[in-house]
Design a protein around this ligand. Structure first.
Ligand SMILES: [Ca+2]
Ligand SMILES: [Ca+2]
Length: 466
């Protein structure tokens, strides 16, 4: 009988090879298997067993380590009322164990990475790679749906330096689409409101956390100024990009994992008083307290530009967790309405609109009719079939003091309007989008990717389209 390693686990991870539908035996001439077991009521220490073999054919320069293999092992401890089975990763064999035996450190801690993510964000799409002294020792390990990763198998010494490198399973295009939902017009209005642009006398009292300040301080001068709001607006309009580019990709430059305690305690005072900002890079050193049987490193996640916390982790101890639902506590994420196009969002209220597509003078025309008053900002992202249609123009009928914008990339039109001083957008047919195309029906050619809106207080609204 010869042993075949389960390739999903390290060959020397002996309990993994046993317990996880692990390694297997097949009939091979010349190979034998022996099983050795011992039980003691008082504990086993030192040399547990010495196996002696008679050499049949040593040959020249023969390496005995190739001929003796420890295949599987299980170790239990009966302290307490039920046996404790040492977990996967803790029962180790060694390539050289038939000659000498150098045990790993006796570290019994189970080590977890946990995350408190916003329910709008799919935590299973991010994870970590464990690095030991700068070299990866794990594959991409993604958070489970409960926001947890077990890294016990990868942090095996108390003397080496370990880091967690955050990764995503989204490709760059998918991550960019996610950011299209994270950084929207209501982030701009809330920022303008914080700056007192809406004439309600709310200067400096709209934002409640340092996380919000850091999210929108796009010029990194540790001050929140109209320039930051205009940068954010420019980003939403598609005219500038607030996401820095250090060459390592859009995920690394927009995702902000922060240790939970740092995240919760990062205050506006600290932001303004030049206290060193907590590490929000995608690389975090981890130092495990091995005196604990279970050690957990907690994270929360922020995103660049997410002033209203629509996708960032809630901040404990403030009302930021209900930031987007501040004046309407009737909505929780589970009871928030699901929009006709599948998006579920928290907001201060609901406004009504109508969406229609028709053929007019040979062109496909998509129209948004706004039915509600007291709307200060409105944004729409519209996908269209660019194999059939060509985007021609967007026509606005929103009012004299309103800033309008429209841009198009790869089959998606981004358009919107904002009254930057907190005034209202007119009601009626506010947006008309014209497409060229030789079609007889508009059905299925134009659809909404997302919407966002804000009221004259700068707070987020759900646009309910009929
Ligand atoms: Ca700034
Ligand atoms: Ca947001």
């Amino acid at each position: 009988m010869k042993w075949t390693v389960n390739p999903n686990y390290d060959a020397n991870d002996l309990w993994a090879q046993w317990s996880t539908q692990g390694g297997s035996y097949t009939e091979v001439a010349g190979w034998e298997v022996d099983h050795v077991e011992a039980v003691s009521l008082s504990g086993i220490s030192g040399n547990y067993a010495t196996l002696k073999f008679k050499v049949k054919d040593a040959g020249a320069n023969h390496n005995y380590t190739d001929n003796i293999v420890f295949t599987m092992a299980r170790i239990t401890d009966n302290t307490g009322t039920s046996p404790y089975v040492f977990p996967v990763g803790k029962v180790r064999g060694y390539d050289t164990m038939s000659i000498t035996h150098i045990p790993l450190e006796d570290l019994d801690s189970n080590i977890y990475i946990k995350a408190d993510a916003n329910s709008n964000f799919d935590v299973t799409k991010v994870g970590v790679v464990v690095q030991k002294n700068g070299s990866p020792v794990s594959n991409n390990l993604y958070f489970d749906s409960g926001g947890q990763i077990n890294v016990t198998d990868y942090i095996t010494t108390s003397t080496d330096s370990y880091t967690l490198d955050f990764v995503t399973s989204y490709n760059a295009t998918e991550w960019e689409a996610l950011l299209d939902n994270i950084i929207t017009i209501s982030d701009v209005t809330l920022t303008l409101n914080e700056l007192g642009k809406y004439g309600h006398g709310n200067v400096g009292t709209v934002f409640t956390t340092g996380i919000q300040y850091s999210a929108v301080d796009s010029n990194n001068d540790r001050d929140l100024t109209p320039q930051d709001a205009y940068n954010l607006l420019g980003h939403v309009m598609g005219s500038i990009d607030i996401i820095p580019d250090d060459g390592t990709g859009i995920f690394n430059n927009s995702f902000k994992p922060i240790k939970k305690t740092d995240y919760n305690t990062w205050s506006i005072y600290k932001f303004k008083n030049n206290v060193t900002e907590p590490n929000h890079s995608v690389v975090h050193p981890i130092t495990v307290d091995f005196s604990q049987s279970s050690y957990t490193e907690w994270f929360k996640f922020g995103f660049i530009g997410d002033a209203n916390g629509s996708h960032s982790s809630p901040v404990d101890g403030t009302d930021a967790s209900s930031l987007t639902a501040r004046s309407n506590n009737n909505y929780t994420i589970s009871s928030a309405p699901v929009m006709s196009y599948g998006q579920q969002i928290l907001a201060d209220g609901i406004i009504q609109g109508e969406w229609s597509t028709a053929i007019e003078d040979g062109k496909v025309v998509a129209t948004l009719r706004l039915l509600s008053t007291e709307v200060t900002a409105l944004q729409l992202k519209v996908d269209y079939d660019n194999t059939v249609l060509t985007f021609e123009e967007a026509v606005f009928n929103t009012g004299n003091t309103v800033t309008n914008f429209a841009s198009e990339t790869n089959g998606r039109v981004n358009l919107g309007s904002i009254e930057q001083n907190g005034g209202e957008i007119d009601t009626g047919d506010v947006f008309k989008i014209y497409f060229d195309g030789n079609v007889t029906s508009p059905v299925g050619l134009v659809s909404i990717f997302n919407t966002d809106a804000a009221n004259t207080d700068g707070n987020r609204l759900i646009l309910n389209l009929q």
